[in-house]
Design a protein around this ligand. Structure first.
Ligand code: G4P
Length: 530
């Protein structure tokens, strides 16, 4: 049996985040290529080709050519066992991304060098900052005209309130892009040919003092700019501090071009050295040490329909401590029952492999007969614990949904509840009114389409959807309050979620303020940690 400590120490589990189109998929693909997990570029996503993305599980996703679902990929690189958590590219699925980030120990943020920080990057950064996880920045597309690297770094520092440390420095951009200067090794990695495709790019190494060779490689003008830049950087007080990197206060910045394979390998190598093995996690007051012998994990994602022929549902869990063994009996805390996890599997690019064991830091997918919810804990029977829940974010769009066929009540209820359990939608109802309509809340409107599509294709139910004019929903934090006697505007609606929590639906920020002003005891919250 593999050595527990050694195995856990070599695990690196991170998420890749970006605003759509910055190059997340391309970077992921290139990382997998270096890890030998795929043989050919284009296997992760082929928008324009017949090949489907590794993560293209949903038909809808294939039809639309967007990356909706997020997936997990595992590969070995120089002794490290790397778990990459891919996050959905589409902004309407940002909630899925938030949850995925809960399972990661660090994040790689991909930024388009011409655009800098974009709205989605901003949102995702906030989540990483909430957990203080290390953030590594990859500034991509240097082969295109880019903004000044100084500007980009300043923007990161000002907007995110963190320090940055350029690990390398670009030499020109666009048609003038000549490569990067590696600050640690004091070497030039020259970008000397357009290098799409699968093979590794060969960097030409040359020191800053070798004026002749530099002139030949990048020309006199860029050489002199580079020497000035390097002098400025070295003197500018950008100090590297690994402890600050590891608590998310300092982001190492790399420049490169994912599409051209440029800068990927040095990035991967230095990233793997700087990131940490699995971090301890909180379960109530208890700090769970990943190296602890006993197994524990939590569910961060539930994915239906990974295999259309079987209408299966896979629960993805992040192992937080110990070793997972196939066929061993574990305990499902929320279900209050012992269980054996069926068909445990890991994803290796396009393959799913059934596994016998896995370790803290790993992500495994198990067959879910409909018993798991997002945030559930699975642990040893002899050492019970419950991990902190994954916050549910307040949905921003609401609709009343009802079935058109009166005969299909059971299928409708089952379908909508299962889809809600997966966390794709949130469902509410009006208490004590007898109204049968289900109120569905989503973070992004595309989720409504996914809901309708799935209800029809998986449960055979047609539905009617009516948009509701609410903009804001808030959980009522004080359990003791009598909701029916609250002083609220007539267009504020009281609803409950399927766990019986009380919430209020508001049509505007103004009505939220009214509720808080007229009911001084009322406490409202934007997310729910159950
Ligand atoms: P995403 O997952 O963050 O949404 O981005 P993705 O990797 O799909 O990249 C978005 C577009 O940017 C793609 O082009 C991709 O080829 C291109 N791209 C990625 N990295 C680089 C780079 O380093 N340099 C340049 N010039 N382009 C880059 P597309 O035309 O939208 O799609 P495709 O037809 O190439 O797949």
């Amino acid at each position: 049996m593999a050595d527990l400590k050694k195995e856990i120490e070599r695990r690196r589990t991170f998420a890749i985040i970006s605003h759509p189109d910055a190059g997340k998929t391309t970077l992921t693909e290139k990382l997998l290529l270096y890890g030998g997990a795929i043989q050919q570029a284009g296997s992760v996503k082929g928008k324009a080709t017949a090949r489907h993305a590794v993560s293209d599980w949903m038909e809808l996703e294939k039809q639309r050519g967007i990356s909706i679902t997020s997936s997990v990929m595992l590969f070995e690189y120089e002794g490290f066992c790397v778990n990459i958590l891919d996050t959905p590219g589409h902004q309407d699925f940002s909630e899925d991304t938030y949850r995925t980030l809960m399972a990661a120990d660090s994040a790689v943020m991909v930024i388009d060098a011409a655009k800098g920080i974009e709205p989605q990057t901003r949102k995702l950064f906030k989540i990483c900052a909430m957990r203080n996880i290390p953030i590594f920045t990859f500034i991509n597309k240097l082969d295109r005209d880019a903004r000044s690297p100084y500007d980009l770094m300043e923007e990161l520092e000002n907007e995110f309130g963190i320090g940055t440390y350029p690990m390398n420095w670009p030499i020109g951009s666009g048609i003038d892009f000549k490569g990067v200067y590696d600050r640690e090794n004091k070497q030039i990695l020259a970008f000397n040919e357009f290098h799409r495709g699968q093979s590794k790019i060969r960097a030409i190494e040359c020191s800053l003092d070798d004026t002749d060779m530099l002139n030949e490689l990048i020309g006199d003008k860029l050489r002199s700019t580079l020497c000035d830049d390097v002098e400025l950087l070295d003197g500018a007080g950008y100090e590297f501090d690994l402890d600050k990197v590891r608590c998310g206060k300092l982001s190492p910045v790399f420049f490169g071009s994912a599409l051209n394979n440029f800068g990927i390998e040095p990035f991967l190598e230095s990233f793997l050295k700087m990131t940490m093995p699995p971090l301890p996690r909180l379960a109530g007051d208890e700090v769970v040490d990943p190296f602890d012998d006993s197994f524990s994990a939590f569910v961060f994602k539930i994915q239906a329909n990974m295999n259309k022929a079987h209408r299966d549902r896979i629960a993805f869990m992040r192992i937080c401590s110990g070793r997972f063994e196939r066929d061993k009996e574990y305990f499902h805390m929320q279900g209050g029952k012992p269980l054996r996890l069926a068909q445990p599997q890991q994803l290796m690019a396009s393959d799913r492999a059934v596994i016998d064991e896995a370790f803290a830091g790993d992500i495994i997918g198990v067959f879910d007969p409909g018993i798991f919810s997002i945030g559930d804990t699975i642990c040893e029977k002899s050492k019970k614990l419950t991990f902190e829940g994954i916050p549910t974010f307040a949905p921003e769009h609401f609709a009343a949904v009802e079935r058109t066929d009166t005969m299909k009540r059971k299928q409708f209820e089952k379908g909508i509840q299962q889809i809600a359990q997966e966390g794709a939608i949130q469902i509410f109802h009006e208490p004590f009114t007898g109204v049968e309509e289900v109120i569905v809340g989503v973070v992004g409107v595309l989720q409504f389409e996914v809901l309708e599509y799935r209800l029809k294709s998986e449960y055979g139910v047609d539905v009617r959807r009516r948009s509701l004019p609410y903009e804001t929903i808030r959980w009522i934090d004080n359990e003791e309050i009598d909701v029916s006697s609250l002083n609220l505007t007539s267009d504020t609606k009281w609803v409950q979620d399927f766990k019986g929590n009380n919430l209020l639906l508001f049509s505007s920020g103004w009505t939220v303020n009214w509720a808080l002003n007229k009911n001084p005891d009322l406490r409202l919250s934007e997310f729910n940690r159950e």
